[in-house]
Design a protein around this ligand. Structure first.
Ligand code: 2AM
Length: 170
């Protein structure tokens, strides 16, 4: 099973992400705003027998009171995202989650860049190219409080990934 650990968003932030999505043309594959999350750690494929151990490891992580804040719209190749400020509580939680799941997880040397994936894209129409250029100038600041994190299972389907919450860690 493909697993990842993420923080859920506030309903207000989901609505703002929905608003951004309304301006996107057909060359963007939008994430359903109800599925958008802040990934702390992608574990990759984990054998089902290990699931209980993963849960025990995550249950030992102490979660600070987290005040989060979205920042600006940006892009990686093929991904349109909304950034999240990397404050010390978020950095600490991400490191602790990463440490807890290290025996079970993919070893990804990339540094943590907190982001919310709004849409994915390959080639863009000229209109969508112009939309992207404008969006990249925007900030979308929304504050929310996280009350914990969630272990998710991701199932890849032809219609895109489906996410299922397996356990919540308040
Ligand atoms: P993304 O939103 O930037 O694609 C489930 O796939 C979650 O884990 C997504 O939020 C995804 O981030 C994140 N993730 C991180 N590394 C990944 C990887 N190597 N493969 C798939 N998803 C990854």
């Amino acid at each position: 099973m493909r697993l990842f650990v993420a923080i859920d968003l506030s309903q207000e932030l989901r609505e703002r992400i929905r608003g951004v999505g309304k301006g996107l043309g057909p060359s963007f594959r939008k994430t359903d705003p109800d599925d958008v999350h802040l990934t702390l750690k992608f574990l990759g494929e984990v054998r089902e027998e290990k699931l209980d151990k993963v849960k025990v490891a995550l249950a030992a992580v102490r979660v600070p009171a987290l005040k989060l804040e979205s920042t600006k719209i940006g892009s990686f190749p093929h991904i349109l995202w909304l950034g999240v400020k990397l404050n010390s509580e978020l950095a600490q939680l991400q490191q602790e989650v990463q440490r807890a799941v290290r025996p079970f997880a993919l070893n990804d040397p990339r540094s943590f860049k907190p982001h919310l994936t709004i849409a994915r894209f390959d080639s863009l129409t000229p209109e969508d190219e112009a939309v992207l250029k404008e969006l990249l100038k925007e900030r979308l600041v929304e504050r929310w409080k996280a009350s914990g994190f969630t272990l998710y299972r991701s199932t890849l389907t032809p219609a895109g990934p489906r996410y299922e919450a397996l356990a919540r860690f308040p």
